[in-house]
Design a protein around this ligand. Structure first.
Ligand code: F6P
Length: 358
């Protein structure tokens, strides 16, 4: 059985651990019958037929290694059905041609939202596909957790923890900008875990006045500082009322490198405080996976290999109610799992006295 493996989209912690989990299980279950091939840089390698047979030793000593040994790239789903610049063929045609030429019996695809749309397209076109859910954003529908998320929560929490001492020493207001354009899971989890005072997520549009009130309230009660955990995709209540077109135009003309800097100016004007911004950025995706992600990727890897062994293709492995289950790709593709504004965890944050910025 010739199995092609690829990692696609933004990297995260645990990609290598997941590849290892799939490979080790396949080698144990199928022995020499499993021929493992690595496809370089995600779908690019499939489009350009850039793949190589992998040795069992390549899957050793990678449990704790960050990034992906296969490389990755972003290949937007919307480009998959468009004719390529250099030929009449679409990227999908080229991928199908590679799969035929290389005689892959199935593909193992590790990725997030965009990756799953393309994985589903391949599956609809007759390719045997099994996928694993990765992203620090935790925004894939059908699974309670994606791998990478818990490691990123650890890092973002550590950053906000460390900011506390400087905020206290200087009596300052800090904004820590956390990754997540569309979903606020990472900001919410890290914000609560680190004891942030205000949490702003894309799902709950913010009011600068309400955040200023929260800061002033803390000051009046004798607190020396305030820390805001703000998702990079945060939007104001005024922006939430705009059409998509108006919003795009407003953001294109925004004279700030990111939302946190604009918020800092808004809050400085309202509170009189000097506000500092810290952006950990891609640091949140780097380094070794935390133990919880090592465990999750290993479990996902085993489950993916078992689906291949049993010929149950067209599925993503997912965590539901603490158990690893297959979820059809057709159900996952194109669906985002965002934070329900009335979820228990948001309610818990509010009960703890945190402001959600609204
Ligand atoms: O999807 C993961 C993610 O890290 C998001 O949180 C972030 O908005 C985006 O990727 C950054 O993408 P890039 O690596 O292309 O800058």
């Amino acid at each position: 059985m010739k199995i092609g493996m690829l990692t696609s989209g933004g990297d995260c912690q645990g990609l290598n651990a997941a590849l290892r989990g799939v490979a080790k299980t396949l080698m144990n279950e199928l022995g020499d019958k499993a021929e493992l091939w690595g496809i370089r840089d995600g779908y690019r390698g499939l489009i350009e037929d850039d793949c190589h047979q992998m040795k069992p030793s390549e899957f050793s000593d990678i449990l704790t290694v960050g990034g992906t040994i296969l490389g990755t790239s972003r290949q937007p789903f919307k480009m998959m059905l468009k004719a390529d610049e250099d030929s009449e063929q679409t990227k999908l045609d080229k991928m199908l041609a590679t799969i035929k030429k290389e005689e892959f019996d199935c593909l193992v695809i590790l990725g997030g939202n965009g990756t799953h749309k393309t994985a589903n397209l391949l599956s609809e076109n007759g390719v045997n596909v099994v996928t694993l859910p990765k992203t620090i954003d935790n925004d894939l529908w059908g699974t309670e957790l994606t791998f990478g998320f818990q490691s990123a929560v650890d890092i973002a929490t550590t950053v906000i923890d460390a900011i506390h001492s400087t905020a206290f020493s200087h009596s300052r207001v800090f904004i820590v900008e956390v990754m997540g354009h569309k979903a606020g899971w990472l900001t919410l989890y890290a914000g609560i875990s680190s004891g942030a005072d205000v949490i702003v997520i894309p799902e709950i549009p913010y009011s600068p006045e309400k955040i200023a009130e929260a800061i002033n309230r803390r000051e009046k009660s004798g607190k020396r500082f305030s820390i805001l955990a703000v998702a990079e995709g945060a939007i104001s209540q005024a922006e939430a009322k705009m059409s998509k077109k108006e919003f795009k135009a407003a953001r294109e003309n925004m004279p700030y490198p990111s939302i946190s800097y604009r918020m800092a100016d808004e809050l400085q004007a309202l509170t009189g405080h000097e506000i500092r911004v810290t952006i950990p950025g891609h640091y949140q995706r780097g380094g070794a996976p935390c133990p919880a992600d090592r465990l999750l990727t290993s479990r996902f890897g085993v489950a993916a290999a078992e689906l291949i062994r049993d010929g149950k293709f067209g599925n993503m492995v997912a965590l539901q109610n603490g158990v690893i289950v297959p979820v059809p790709l057709s159900k996952v593709a194109g669906k985002l799992k965002t934070v329900p504004p009335d979820s228990d965890i948001v309610k818990a944050a509010r009960s703890l006295g945190l402001s959600m910025g609204d």
